[in-house]
Design a protein around this ligand. Structure first.
Ligand code: LMR
Length: 347
């Protein structure tokens, strides 16, 4: 008995410090970051998850938004940005937002078009003739009305950001005529408007998450893809593709979504600071998108032997002829009133 008691005391003496240290460390792991010594319970954390590189129009806008919100709220709000799909992939980020594991995402509009069908109109082929028309649409009445339509109990649309016009690349052959799409297997983002465009061109498609696209282009599972120049550059798709066509055939814009219960619970002061930051960053992002795509093309041409073709107006019309069926398909999905607001390239 004495021996047993002696062993028990020994275990207690040796074990207790370990238990205490573990307890303190695990408490520390759960402490919220707090620069300014604000009360721990008062600090608000916004986690933003996105899938692109930091040096892209969306990556930079997210970081700028984080800095501005912290500044304007005097660090009462801490914004943590998780780029490159490091927290959630494009497949998971909407679910994570809806259940409140993160507070903000900025997915390509097509990726949430099942939830908000009106957004399909931003992904229709040749819907916008110029960057100015895009900016006007995203920040003007059309954008405002689309944001109004983009609300559920769990998410709320805050703004549209942009990445610019999409281009196409291929490892098989130059893409100039619509027949050149024959036998191609394209990586596409999810979304009905995009699916029907490629169906109209007779292209097989694979919905592959953004950050696995390079690998699939490299190993030949897919022969091509569509994306903006800044994404083609920052994810190095140009290294594993031989042909790039500047087609400007579609738009890659983002809807910034916030978790709605989180948003509704914020004080009006904090909401105001967030909204002001969003407006500032949105204006900045729209300018950056255009600049960064121009720079990306230059860098792609400097760093690779990829052959670049810019579609002529005549070639664009030929593509649009082939793709116009998509507009007919979408009339019942989006509604005639919305469709009439698409400027199209004839203007
Ligand atoms: C893609 O999946 O190609 C894009 O949506 C990535 C992005 O967010 O720009």
């Amino acid at each position: 008995m004495k021996v047993l008691m002696w062993i028990a005391s020994l275990v207690l003496v040796i074990g207790l410090p370990f238990v205490l240290v573990y307890h303190i460390q695990s408490q520390e792991r759960h402490v919220v970051y707090d620069d300014e010594q604000n009360g721990l319970n008062d600090q608000i954390v916004i986690k933003i998850s996105h899938v692109v590189a930091e040096n892209t129009p969306k990556g930079l806008a997210a970081q700028r938004f984080a800095d501005l919100v912290e500044q304007k709220t005097n660090n009462k709000v801490k914004v943590e940005v998780f780029p490159n799909g490091s927290l959630y992939s494009d497949l998971d980020e909407l679910d994570a937002l809806e259940r409140g594991s993160i507070q903000m995402i900025a997915p390509a509009t097509t990726k949430v078009s099942q939830l908000f069908p009106e957004l399909n109109l931003l992904d229709l082929p040749f819907a916008f003739p110029t960057n100015e028309a895009v900016n006007q649409a995203l920040t003007g009445d059309l954008g405002q009305d689309l944001l109004e339509a983009s609300k559920t109990d769990n998410v709320i649309g805050m703004a549209f950001w942009n990445n610019g016009f999409k281009q196409v690349t291929s490892g098989l052959r130059p893409l100039v005529k619509t027949e050149d799409f024959e036998d191609q297997v394209f990586r596409v983002m999810p979304g009905k408007a995009i699916e029907s465009q490629f169906q109209a061109l007779d292209v097989d498609t694979e919905e592959i998450v953004f950050n696995l696209t390079y690998r699939n282009l490299e190993n030949g599972t897919i022969t091509g893809q569509e994306n903006t120049l800044s994404n083609i550059y920052s994810k190095k798709f140009y290294e594993v593709q031989d042909h790039l066509t500047i087609s400007n055939h579609g738009l890659l814009s983002y809807i910034v979504l916030m978790n709605r219960p989180f948003w509704d619970n914020l004080s009006s002061d904090i909401q105001k600071a967030i909204q002001e930051s969003m407006t500032e960053v949105t204006a900045w992002n729209l300018e950056q998108a255009v600049k960064m795509n121009d720079q990306a093309l230059q860098k792609i041409e400097e760093k690779s032997d990829i052959k670049v073709h810019e579609l002529t107006d005549k070639e664009k019309r030929e593509w649009l002829n082939e793709l116009s069926i998509v507009y007919e398909e979408f009339e019942p999905i989006i509604g005639k009133d919305w469709l009439e607001r698409v400027p199209g390239i004839t203007e």
